[in-house]
Design a protein around this ligand. Sequence first.
Ligand SMILES: [Zn+2]
Length: 295
Amino acid sequence: MTTPSLHDVVQAAHDLWPVSLAEDWDASGLVSGYPEAPVERILFAVDAVQGTAREAVEAGCQLLITHHPLLMRGASFLPASSDKGRVVHTLIEGGCGLLASHTNADSMRNGVSDALIEACGVTEARPLGDPEGETGIGRVGDLPQEVSLHELAMRLASVLQPTAGGLRIAGPKDGRVRRVAVCGGAGDSLFDVVRAESADVYVTADLRHHPASEARERALLQGGTPYLVDCSHFASEELWLARGAKMLEVHLSDQGFEVEILLSSLNTDPWDFSITPNEVPVSASTDPEGSGYAR
Ligand SMILES: [Zn+2]
């Protein structure tokens, strides 16, 4: 077994998650690093932020692989005084390259949404809106046995990383669920496809008020489904890290390369705590000045 170069690792990653599968607007690929530099240790993380950059350097990694691209919309200036510039400087000065595998890792089989739908208990899934497809965005599949919406949410909650926002669910706790649609990360552009798939529940992240409200209005006209489960964006994608790391390790090993792959220990969900208003004692929630609004 030999130590691969950065070029070898990038090649292996692109065999597993071909950049040709990335969406047009995406920026998956190698951001920085010397192609000939040896890579003995790699860190996998969801986000390329200062925390994960430092974690990679401090752990002696020569490559940080993140799901989210650092420079999605391009950059003209990267001084170390800027947020993204600081990340780039930390990595370059620490001798660590940066590679993003984003919508290509979403699309490919065994990708981000496969990890999410398996966490729901679905073992056979296919891309949303494409009955014959092998690759594509989101996944849909049937649970071996119908469960309640509450059971499904509890099952997910037991495997997702803990985050302040937890899970938000639309639908009755005892609603019956068999067909599950998922999209790791922000999936509120896929409601039409999810409805066309006759999914009983749609698990995704970052659902905003209006798309979620309109989806529920439509669902209530049609028996109530799809119910919605809204997770942390980070948590919905973090599930993929272990799988992606294992796939890369095996693929490199098949070529005679040995690397050590670590998973980030950082939770990069941006929220730290949440308060549910009906859990606040009445005295604490009363505004002594009065809001002036009658309810
Ligand atoms: Zn994402």
